[in-house]
Design a protein around this ligand. Structure first.
Ligand SMILES: [Zn+2]
Ligand SMILES: [Zn+2]
Length: 328
């Protein structure tokens, strides 16, 4: 029996509809005011692969992902698939499957993008050195994928397999995003300029530890220091690639991107000024709240706002650079 103060079903439906409408209005207002493109997120991220731990720490659900992106103010998000699960050298016998997490593949990312048109987009991906990788990637490019990513496999950056993916990126005019991590993923960072020269029509996006460690000249002698601390000596390999090649861009996501600026705010301001047309906001975080305490994406947003020398540069990094680079 209803108490006098409980809502009738009709009242409940009306108030729910009003709440939903106001949420949509708030989202639309944010979209209109200061849109933000997040170029780096994942579906089913952050679960424990072990079946026992999975019950204690499940992966982030699609609903939690959508809420997280709205909480940080991302008005459009690109979902980057994993490759298929295989045991081979390029996945370190499976350790690298699910992008070394529980991230899901092409179909899962495409499904969320279709469910939220305009708010989410998706990439195309496959384990780089599988014979069928080019065909799988091309299938999803034809279905509307806007990037080849996340390429996080143990392969040489100038291998025949990778060059097939660069050729596809050129043919479909989409960027390719690579996770650089010395000893684990995408080998041969010091030789990568040859690929930048050989594929001038491809827009490459650099990401992860080795990419960000090499903003610093001092890191040349220590390629395995993945999260270096302290003052940066400008002019590292990453700094020079960004300066010398128009077809390489930087993904600011994850702990590595956050660390790159946090370690030396003065260097960060100069870096933002120098490479203002090359920097792209991404989050790549696994939390569900989007709160600064939990979320490297939210902390990186704060740093971008803090270290961008002008509002115009902040807007480039949060939106304009990605808008120019992607065909949504
Ligand atoms: Zn990622
Ligand atoms: Zn987050």
């Amino acid at each position: 029996m209803n108490s006098p103060r409980s809502l009738s079903r009709r009242e409940f439906v009306l108030s729910s509809a009003a709440a939903l409408a106001s949420t949509r209005l708030a989202f639309a207002a944010a979209t209109a005011a200061e849109p933000i493109i997040d170029i780096h997120q994942h579906t089913n991220y952050g679960g424990k692969r072990d079946t026992f731990w999975k019950q204690i720490s499940p992966a982030r659900t699609d609903a939690e992902l959508v809420a997280h992106q709205r909480a940080i103010g991302a008005t459009r998000t690109i979902l980057l698939p994993s490759g298929r699960e295989v045991l081979r050298a390029s996945t370190h016998d499976g350790r690298g499957n699910g992008l070394e997490s529980t991230c899901t593949s092409n179909d899962a990312c495409m499904a969320v993008a279709k469910q939220y048109p305009g708010e989410f987009a998706f990439g195309a991906n496959e384990v780089s050195d599988l014979d069928e990788a080019p065909a799988v990637v091309e299938k999803y490019l034809k279905l509307g994928a806007c990037i080849i990513a996340e390429q996080k496999f143990g392969v040489e950056c100038d291998s025949a397999a990778m060059q097939k993916l660069y050729t596809l990126a050129a043919a479909y005019r989409v960027p390719i995003l690579m996770h650089w991590q010395a000893g684990s993923y995408n080998y041969g960072f010091e030789r990568f300029h040859r690929m930048l020269e050989k594929f001038p029509a491809v827009n490459f996006i650099g990401h992860a530890q080795t990419w960000w460690a090499n903003i610093d000249r001092a890191n040349i002698d220590n390629p395995k220091a993945l999260y270096p601390k302290g003052a940066v000596t400008a002019g590292g390999l990453t700094d020079r690639y960004l300066r010398d090649y128009p077809n390489i861009f930087a993904d600011l996501s994850a702990g590595s991107g956050e660390n790159a600026f946090k370690r030396d705010p003065e260097h960060a301001r100069g870096f933002f000024a120098r490479h203002q047309d090359k920097l792209l906001f991404g989050s790549d975080c696994v939390d569900t709240t989007g709160a600064v305490a939990d979320c490297s994406g939210a902390r990186q947003l704060a740093q971008i706002r803090q270290f961008s020398p002008t509002k115009a540069i902040e807007r480039k990094v949060l939106f304009e650079n990605a808008r120019k680079l992607f065909r949504f």
